[in-house]
Write a protein that binds this ligand. Structure first.
Ligand SMILES: [Zn+2]
Ligand SMILES: [Zn+2]
Length: 348
């Protein structure tokens, strides 16, 4: 089979790889949809041979992509019928761990005590017709959901859902969501579905228009208006009950902190970079709770899919570009410019 592999310095190729066969506890997924994620760009843009996400040294060409969704194509000899049957529609929790430490056993294999494999970064990913994964990392895809929705839930949308759960978002809360890329837009859709009032922030007019379309009550462009003052105006001077930063930018994080009311909660999901705060006024004297949230567990991924299906959240509308694997060069060239929305490869 042929899979997309990043060569570094914004180069990629469709290279030949052997068709995967399952070990005793594995299954092989026939990939139907493989999403493109902002974190793939770190690998795409990395210097040749760099281990760009800090998960260790990669040896040999590696298939990219960590938002896998498809059907079970082959099952290992030690996998029982209840775990996987041929043809079942599934998503994949996009990490593999030892399977026995407490993190793995609670569905958080990205935190495995013995080291995790991240698909597309330290293990073969989903930008190919087939992918081998441990059977315990499968998550069922509800019949109501498309394979593209499943791909989004497998990373960006699932990340947004878990962050909102961590923040204990309740109907009637107002929440400022900083950054309206795929994770931020997912958070907007889900928070609206949970009954919250969303204030969406982004420097792109196109992204703000989509946030409005997805149910945001108000939008703010921090380049045009002071974002903290604007949030306060929209919340009777108090600040938002909750704020979620998906931007990962120092300014975005500060807006989330300073735009949140006393006793409020701020959550960071945007990766990388730093933030400097003035602890007494920004945090301590506001009794502020600041939390970090990194992706989600297998159980939360299943909950997210159920929530999306039951509440008719239009996750498919996140996708602005649908590609064939043969178009990978063009797909990543466009994605690299960050002017479009989310892309997905449709395979098989
Ligand atoms: Zn991702
Ligand atoms: Zn483990």
């Amino acid at each position: 089979m042929r899979g997309v592999t990043f060569l570094g310095d914004r180069k990629l190729e469709l290279a030949e790889f052997p068709d995967p066969t399952p070990g005793p506890r594995d299954i092989v997924v026939e990939i139907k949809a493989s999403g493109m994620c902002g974190s793939d760009l770190k690998t795409y843009r990395a210097k040749e041979g760099a281990a760009s996400l800090g998960f260790g040294k990669v040896s040999g060409p590696l298939i990219a992509g960590h938002e896998p969704c498809g059907v079970v194509a082959a099952v290992g000899s030690a996998v029982d019928e209840r775990t996987a049957r041929i043809g079942a529609r599934i998503m994949v929790h996009h990490y593999a761990g030892c399977g026995t430490c407490r993190h793995c056993q609670t569905g958080w294999s990205q935190m495995c005590s013995n080291g995790t494999v991240v698909y597309g970064t330290t293990g073969h990913g989903a930008h190919a017709p087939y992918m081998k994964v441990p059977a315990y990392t499968l998550v069922p895809l509800p019949d109501e959901l498309s394979f593209t929705t499943g791909a989004a839930i497998s990373c960006g949308t699932g990340t947004a859902y878990q962050a909102l759960r961590r923040m204990n978002l309740a109907g009637g809360d107002n929440i400022a969501i900083v950054g309206q890329g795929p994770v931020g837009l997912s958070a907007t859709q889900i928070a609206v579905g949970m009954g919250a009032r969303v204030i969406a922030l982004d420097v792109s007019a196109a992204r703000l228009a989509r946030a409005k379309e997805f149910g945001a009550d108000a939008v703010i462009d921090p380049k045009a208006d002071d974002p903290i003052a604007a949030i306060k105006t929209l919340t009777h001077g108090a600040g938002a009950d909750l704020a979620l930063d998906t931007s990962g930018a120092p300014d975005g994080r500060l807006t989330a902190i300073r735009g949140t009311r006393a006793w409020g909660t701020v959550c960071f999901v945007g990766e990388g970079d730093n933030v400097t705060i003035n602890v007494s006024p920004d945090m301590l004297r506001k009794q502020l709770t600041i939390i970090g949230s990194w992706t989600f567990s297998t159980v939360i991924q299943a909950d997210c899919a159920r929530f999306i299906a039951d509440n008719n959240i239009a996750v498919d509308h996140l996708f602005t570009d649908r590609w064939k694997l043969e178009e990978a060069e063009e797909a990543y060239r466009l994605f690299d410019r960050q002017t479009s929305g989310k892309g997905v490869f449709l395979i098989n």
